[in-house]
Ligand binder design. Sequence first.
Ligand SMILES: Cc1cc2nc3c(=O)[nH]c(=O)nc-3n(C[C@H](O)[C@H](O)[C@H](O)COP(=O)(O)O)c2cc1C
Length: 181
Amino acid sequence: MNHAEEIWKTLVRATVDKKHPWRVVGFSTAGPEGPQVRSVILRAVNTAKHQLVFYTDSRSKKIADIAYEPRVALLFWNPRSNTQLRVCGIAAAETSELIVNGLWERIPEYARKDYATLSAPGEPFVNDSLAYDFDAARSNFVVLNVRVTSFELLRLDRSGHVRVRMEPDKNGIWGEFGLIP
Ligand SMILES: Cc1cc2nc3c(=O)[nH]c(=O)nc-3n(C[C@H](O)[C@H](O)[C@H](O)COP(=O)(O)O)c2cc1C
């Protein structure tokens, strides 16, 4: 198995194993006010389309950042295998209502609350900020696809660190080359 195949397999595993360290990802954007980073959960992986899937709120700052600059960077760290994965990609909201509705249906009631706040995420907290509108929650829910344009893996090892960069060619075939760690 080459490095790219191994990475895709591990990413898929991270979506099903709730304890996998790659489940929580540093998601970085470059918006009009400069760079920003936040933790998000990796929800799904589409290996064939080279996509990573995240859920968020349409009113959140990251959505405004992505509208300004769709190129994003993601950071994964696995302390068990001493492996860092840096990902560059292009983010875009899923436009298929059918897909978004299907995923929404699978979100448990308690988690839907995250999308139901009357005030937008990040707004200053005032007394009635935590009022909910469950009817609006579905329309606030965004499925964010990140099409991976490159991976960079760094594996720390006493016998020698390994640093590998991977990019798909125009046919989607992953090529890789080593870098000085
Ligand atoms: C462990 C963890 C998981 C999180 N998962 C998500 C997530 O899947 N989607 C999301 O929008 N925010 C998630 N958040 C909240 C974000 O880190 C962030 O606070 C929020 O999305 C607002 O970010 P923004 O204002 O930059 O858009 C998570 C936070 C933590 C600590």
